[in-house]
Design a protein around this ligand. Structure first.
Ligand code: F6P
Length: 342
């Protein structure tokens, strides 16, 4: 078989580990041939390819980003998008696709599968918000980066007796904020799943100061105050209808400063959370998902996504994986609340 591989959506540490595992096992065990499609769905849409064989995947296991490039191209928003993809696959002699991506990329894969394209999906997102899989690779790396930042911010916050607000990624799901906040000993954690009362946040901050320690507040970019709205970078929508978030951390620091009379500053971690080398956990998870994805393709088990359930890598229908986002359950948040303000 000749198999096309693509990576779509926001980049994520571990993408290259998946590509490497797919190609290494695909060539060595099954004798398949590969072609890389550039920049997510833009590749098959515009026929943009690059060679993808054993030499191309040598040395990429620890490398962040994706050797194939990525984009948020949505072929369903482009005239004759599906037809163009089908024609380009036929022209390139490509029998099937391995699509590595999050909710949007796999949403496209789901629809293409329904329209007759042979595709297997691999879940990726630092946000860890895809259904049907317990963890996505990239999440562990992002949490470790955010935790290390919080560790460092504790000492500078203490020295200056100020509040430090750390804004982390997480549009609709606060997994990064929750895990980095717990691991880093934050004094308040704010998630998109639960609107927060800014007076209560100021109260937690005061309580922490009373104990002669400086507060660290971790806020997910999608968190919202009660009766408030998400803070947007601008009003533009991407091809999947997403707004660009950013600014809640700054807004919150201003509120805390005004309500407590003590200095508050903000650190926005942004793309630092997505860049660089994957953690050992993510390398292993990405590699195992890649191995299972090529097994599924070799079996002709189309329309499936490979997923981590417990300690096993399993296959689930793509449609199931993209049906709903996996958000933080209330009990996980309540668990963390015991540390707030203390
Ligand atoms: O979905 C991954 C993610 O990193 C989100 O946490 C974040 O909201 C978004 O991508 C940012 O995307 P971009 O880098 O395209 O602005």
């Amino acid at each position: 078989m000749r198999i096309g591989v693509l990576t779509g959506g926001g980049d994520c540490p571990g993408l290259n580990a998946v590509i490497r595992a797919v190609v290494r096992k695909g060539v060595a065990t099954y004798g398949h041939e590969f072609v890389g499609f550039r920049d997510g769905w833009r590749g098959p849409l515009e026929g943009l390819t690059k060679p993808l064989g054993i030499p191309e995947v040598r040395g990429i296991l620890p490398r962040g980003g994706t050797i194939l490039g990525s984009s948020r191209t949505n072929p369903f928003k482009i005239e004759n998008g599906v037809e163009r993809i089908k024609n380009n696959l036929a022209e390139q002699g490509v029998d099937a696709l391995v699509a590595i991506g999050g909710e949007d990329t796999l949403g496209v894969a789901t629809k293409l599968h329904e329209l007759g394209v042979q595709v297997v999906g691999v879940p990726k997102t630092i946000d860890n918000d895809l259904g049907a899989t317990d963890y996505t690779f990239g999440f562990d790396t992002a949490v470790n980066i955010a935790m290390e930042a919080i560790d460092r911010l504790h000492t500078t916050a203490e020295s200056h007796h100020r509040t430090l607000v750390v804004e982390v990624m997480g549009r609709h799901a606060g997994w990064i904020a929750l895990h980095a906040g717990l691991a880093g000993g934050a004094n308040v954690i704010l998630l998109p799943e639960r609107q927060f009362d800014v007076d209560q946040v100021a109260n937690y901050v005061e309580k922490r100061f009373e104990k002669q320690y400086a507060p660290i507040v971790v806020v997910a970019e999608g968190a919202q105050p009660l009766d408030g709205q998400m803070v947007l970078h601008n009003q533009e929508l991407d091809a999947f209808g997403h707004v660009r978030l950013g600014g809640i951390g700054q807004w919150l620091a201003e509120q805390i400063e005004a309500k407590t009379g003590k200095e508050a500053r903000t650190v926005v971690l942004g793309h630092i959370q997505r860049g660089g080398t994957p953690s050992a956990f993510d390398r292993v998870l990405a590699t195992r998902l890649g191995l299972q994805a090529i097994d599924a393709a070799n079996d002709g088990d189309w329309g499936k996504m490979v997923a981590l359930q417990g300690t096993d890598i399993v296959r689930v229908p793509l449609a199931e994986a993209t049906r709903e986002l996996k958000t933080v359950p209330l009990e996980r948040y309540t668990e963390a609340e015991v540390f707030f303000g203390s």
